[in-house]
Design a protein around this ligand. Structure first.
Ligand SMILES: [Zn+2]
Length: 214
């Protein structure tokens, strides 16, 4: 059984790389962000709690994240292993996680902040059908218009340079102690996240000693 943690700032391709890694290796991708989104969409009790927190302009607390992850891991549909992203969020959680699950490896996707800015600030969204675009990698056929429904594309309200800088600062501040703890246990593999997704994936599998994607 393989157990990995995927770490990286927003825009580093963490979700994409986790999916690619799970694909042919029968591992389960546990994305904390996706779990929260699911609860909000399905109007669960937890979803209501998440929505209240976000409406109040606050970040979802580490304790709530931890409870959700514990729940998810208890579901035990990960017989061949898992790749988790969005957790752990602090040193204490990292310690607990290492001890409980005997993590095989931590992939740290490295990407300079200026590249994150370039990637994130080029994102566009169709407010009508929810389709995501990216002016660098995934341009709409007609500038400013959704390929699917033709609606005008918008920038996400929280994708301003100021909001992004705040998120980057918060990420670095929170992640540093987690990475340091994992580094002391010698499980961290730094991978350059700048190349194309398939090249990054190949590099990840190489450092983890896994077979190439089939
Ligand atoms: Zn659309």
């Amino acid at each position: 059984m393989r157990k990995y943690v995927m770490m990286g700032v927003q825009g580093s391709g963490k979700g994409t790389q986790s999916e690619l890694l799970c694909g042919d290796l029968d591992m389960v991708h546990i994305s904390v962000g996706d779990i929260f989104r699911w609860h909000v969409q399905h109007h669960t009790k937890l979803g209501a709690q998440v929505r209240r927190t976000m409406n109040a302009g606050e970040l979802i607390g580490d304790d709530l994240v931890e409870a959700v992850v514990r729940d998810r891991l208890h579901d035990h549909d990960w017989n061949f292993g898992f790749v988790i992203d969005g957790f752990p969020r602090n040193g204490r959680q990292a310690e607990f996680f290492m001890e409980t699950y005997d993590i095989d490896g931590v992939v740290h996707l490295e990407i300079p902040d200026h590249e994150v800015r370039r990637r994130v600030l080029s994102r566009r969204l169709c407010p009508n059908c929810g389709m995501d675009y990216n002016l660098i990698a995934d341009r709409p056929k007609v500038e400013g218009c959704c390929d699917i429904c033709g609606h005008e594309l918008i920038t996400r309200p929280d994708d301003t340079p100021e909001a992004l800088d705040a998120r980057l600062r918060d990420y670095h501040e929170k992640t540093r102690p987690v990475l340091e703890l994992f580094r002391r246990k010698e499980v961290v593999h730094d991978v350059d996240a700048r190349p194309a997704p398939d090249e990054v994936q190949a590099a990840i599998r190489k450092v983890l000693g896994l077979p190439p994607s089939s």
